[in-house]
Design a binder for this molecule. Structure first.
Ligand code: N01
Length: 853
């Protein structure tokens, strides 16, 4: 007789539930494992449609927790077909006696949390109620087929099949007239097989999909060899990789090579027959539309090379979504199928289905009879299997209600208000954007370790805090925001199910980075969780990820380079180093014209670079001062940012090479700034600018020069400025603000580097002069409208914030943006850090605004 009260109830006996069962036994928890089907295998139990295969190689799509399996089980192919994967699941279940621990044909209909007893009550389809301390949903991401949303589906009297619920005995389509609706992975895999049998096949396509041939055959030799040579390293690399499969991260931008070179690189990946290698050919295809277009065009070229009828080829070629933004597919002869005379493609965009009828389908202005209709229309992905169960947490609130506007989880594992509820590969975790085997094992390990930890420390409950959950939501959104994934109507975005909220369901920050976040949470005493037992509580509340994800990646990359600290260099070395780093960055957008010249500074000529918009002039002018701590940099060193500002604001930018310390210290830079503005004003017309529309702009030390220049023009008789744009400006030489301590170590501009800059530029006494520290000016009244951007993780944040406040108090019109998750340098990194783009847009908008008055 099964126990009605256990430590853990697990729902689902796919690869997640099976491994968890094994671990629960090993660690001595009592359990019940409930499975709706009558065998193990989960997705591979249900999806038996012809042609179903895994498109991750068998070298990677297998358990790692039982090393014996690698000897005992030999895969026959690179991309295993469904029957073989199911046999693998059965083999593991037999080997580890898992069958004895699973109750089949048992669904969970509802679950309620009891706040008094601190236990879940689980109601099953057999009429039983089981109580448990921990409740684990191992229900899979793609397990609930989408409800048909086509008129008349109930009318059809012929045979109806759904790919995700395929009859176990198989289907014979020989001599039949068959309709397939849907061209996602399931459609694309099954269509060639159905075509082989059917007398006539009509494929109803709403959206064409990207697909590459699977090149079925033996497992890739180079992977097999790497595994044999050092399995542990291979598996570790997989766990910390972007997708759960070891791949070398690309460092090549698709925009840095010719189309011919790009296609040659893509062809190499194509020939490998690995879906992930293709998507990994370029570093920027997921974040940059133009880079993505290179891959998309390569894929379309491939379609054209196979499909003989150019019109059909065109219909089968995706144009409306980027490569990878809807799940790309792997096929075996899919496009070739459309060369067969008995196969027809119907484009639902021009010939929509009017209704399914008793005998067939009415579409466009046609009516066609069919013997069978196959729905390959997808799943209520990620959340369907979770919210379909009536799960009520604290105060009776259901998960369905809580998630009305999109799933809210902490780490994709847990949710506020639902103590001791765990989701394996839940929304907010890499899940469907990863090799599921790697993600499943990670979640099972995390849950097992957490349960053991709670038992050892005597805690009854674990629940994330609202702060941590909201922080994770923001982080997930930040990750999605830097990609182009949100442009597509994909099931990743919930867009395939009418009424489903449109958010990015999986975590797109990468498997390895996600794993590190989970590890950090544990290492910091379950950061963001409350663990409790009666009155005993432990809660280290906080956010596990705050830095913008792309900024984080850059910081990680820089830390691997072991670069010497700049402040240990001489100014000449620091200048050479800074120039060398600048040479590696993307150049920034095109502008109308770039010319170099000299202008009259405070004590001799200064070089300048002029960026002219492509539109007809004359244009307003921004006199720009570069960053570099008054020590390094030049009129060309902020080139990408100047181009970006010019192109986006339609403003002529004059970037000035003011004199540098230590050779020429304070107040040379400030005096040059003032002199440059006067010169630009006097020569504005000749430059193609408007003399009455001049602003100053600058970043970092250049922001300091811009701010001081604005004060000097106010105090010394003009010219009258239209505005000042200050990005992370230095405003106070005292360096006493809290941000110097908080952000002084990790974020490129360090406290000691800032000190090094100041030491070269100005003596402690000079720093008290407002021309060095504009925050110390006796009055800020009468300064021009200001756009001031500060960054959360900048040591200079608080002095910038203080300047913004002081300007406002002095009656100056100020737009102040605090760039969340950014560091001192990140907003200047044009085309490298997409998260900076909205702030650059706002800066350009502000520039435009200055001149509209
Ligand atoms: O489902 P899908 P799937 N009228 O949602 C169309 C995994 N998987 O079962 O794109 C007409 O991708 C819909 O059109 P549109 C894999 O992660 C893995 O194929 O919404 N058409 C689309 O063409 C995969 O991504 C493997 O415009 C309608 C199709 O139906 C995920 O499962 C194999 C429609 C649905 O495609 C889901 O794949 C199989 C309507 N009303 C699956 N509604 C491997 O590992 C939907 N469509 C190999």
């Amino acid at each position: 007789m099964a126990q009605s009260d256990v430590d853990v109830v697990v729902v689902g006996a796919g690869f997640a539930g099976m491994y968890l069962l094994h671990e629960l036994r090993k660690t001595g928890f009592s359990y019940r494992v409930l499975e709706a089907g009558d065998d193990v295998g989960g997705t591979w139990y249900w999806n038996r449609y012809p042609g179903a295969r895994c498109d991750v190689s068998t070298t990677d799509y297998q358990y790692t927790w039982d090393p014996e399996l690698h000897e005992q089980w030999q895969w026959s192919e690179k991309h295993a077909a469904q029957p073989e994967i199911l046999r693998y699941a059965q083999f593991v279940a037999k080997k580890h006696d898992l069958y004895s621990g699973i109750e089949f044909n048992t669904r969970v209909n509802g679950a309620q949390w009891n706040e008094k007893t601190k236990r879940w009550s689980i109601h099953t389809s057999t009429g039983e109620t089981i109580t448990c301390q921990h409740y684990v949903m191992a229900t899979g991401c793609l397990s609930v087929p989408k409800e048909p949303d086509i008129a008349g589906t109930e009318k059809f009297t012929g045979n109806v099949y759904v790919t995700g619920r395929w009859p176990h005995e198989g289907v014979d389509f020989t001599g039949k007239r068959v309709a397939v609706i849907g061209t996602g992975s399931s459609g694309i895999q099954s269509i060639p097989h159905i075509a082989d049998q059917a007398k006539e096949l009509v494929v109803f396509q709403r959206t064409p999909n990207f697909s590459m041939p699977a090149f079925n055959g033996p497992a890739p030799q180079y992977r097999v060899e790497r595994l044999k040579a050092d399995r542990a390293t291979y598996e570790r690399e997989a766990r910390y990789s972007g997708t759960g499969v070891p791949l070398e991260d690309s460092t090549v931008s698709a925009l840095s090579v010719t189309q011919e070179e790009a296609f040659a690189m893509l062809e190499e990946a194509w020939q490998k027959g690995e879906l992930l290698s293709l998507g990994n050919t370029f570093m920027d295809s997921a974040i940059n539309r133009k880079a993505n277009d290179v891959v998309a065009e390569f894929m379309r070229m491939k379609v054209r090379s196979v499909v003989k009828d150019p019109e059909v080829a065109e219909l089968l070629s995706p144009y409306k979504h980027g490569y990878g933004t809807k799940r790309p597919c792997m096929d075996t002869g899919y496009f070739e199928t459309f060369n067969k005379p008995h196969v027809r493609l119907v484009d639902l965009n021009t010939q929509p289905i009017r209704s399914i009828t008793e005998t067939g389908i009415d579409f466009g202005n046609e009516s066609k009879e069919f013997d069978a209709i196959v729905y390959a229309t997808g799943f209520d992905a990620m959340t369907g299997a979770i919210v379909n169960v009536d799960i009520a947490g604290k105060d009776g609130v259901t998960l369905k209600d809580k998630w009305e506007n999109g799933p809210l989880t902490y780490l994709g594992l847990t949710s506020v208000g639902f103590p001791n509820l765990y989701m394996i590969t839940g929304p907010g975790s890499p899940s469907v954007l990863s090799n599921m085997m790697v993600s499943i094992e990670q979640h099972v390990d995390w849950i097992r370790d957490t349960l053991v930890h709670m038992r050892e420390k005597g805690f009854d409950t674990i629940e994330p805090t609202p702060l941590a959950e909201e922080g994770w939501r923001v982080h997930c959104t930040d990750c999605a925001d830097i990609t182009i994934f949100q442009e597509a109507n994909s099931w990743y975005m919930g867009a395939n199910v009418p009424g489903k909220p449109r958010v990015m369901f999986p975590y797109i920050g990468g498997v390895g980075r996600y794993r590190m976040a989970c590890e950090e949470v544990v290492a910091k005493g379950y950061l963001g969780f409350e663990l409790a037992s009666g009155d005993k509580k432990q809660c280290n509340d906080g956010l596990v990820r705050e830095v913008q994800p792309d900024v984080d990646m850059v910081l990680d990359f820089i830390s691997t380079l072991n670069l010497p600290a700049m402040e240990t260099m001489s100014p000449a070395e620091a200048r050479a180093f800074s120039e060398a780093s600048s040479a590696m960055r993307p150049s920034g957008p095109e502008v109308g014209e770039i010319t170099d010249g000299v202008l009259q500074g405070a004590d001799g000529n200064l070089e300048y670079r002029l960026y002219r918009p492509a539109t007809p002039g004359p244009h307003p002018i921004a006199v720009y001062f570069h960053g570099g701590g008054w020590v390094f940099g030049s009129h060309t060193s902020d080139d990408p940012l100047c181009r970006d500002l010019c192109a986006q604001s339609n403003t002529l930018i004059v970037s000035v090479n003011y004199r540098h310390a230590p050779e020429v210290p304070f107040p040379a830079a400030a005096e040059d700034g003032f002199a440059a503005v006067k010169w630009v004003h006097a020569n504005a017309a000749a430059l193609g600018g408007i003399p009455e529309k001049i602003a100053v702009a600058g970043w970092s030390a250049g922001g300091n020069v811009a701010a001081v220049t604005a004060q000097m023009t106010r105090d010394k008789g003009g010219p009258q400025l239209s505005g000042q744009l200050l990005l992370c400006p230095v405003t106070d030489g005292s360096q006493q603000h809290a941000s110097h301590r908080e952000n002084g170590e990790r974020f490129i501009l360090t406290k000691s580097l800032m000190e090094w800059f100041w030491n070269h530029y100005a003596t402690p006494e000079q720093r008290k002069n407002p021309q060095a520290s504009p925050l110390l000016a006796a009055s800020l009244a009468g300064l021009p409208p200001t756009m001031l951007v500060t960054c959360q993780f900048d040591p200079l944040r608080d002095e910038g914030n203080a300047y913004a406040r002081a300007l406002m108090q002095a009656g100056v019109q100020v737009e102040h943006v605090e760039a969340r998750g950014h560091i001192h340098t990140s907003i200047t990194m044009v085309d490298m850090l997409p998260s900076g783009a909205p702030h650059r847009r706002a800066m350009a908008q502000a520039l435009r605004g200055f001149f509209q008055k």
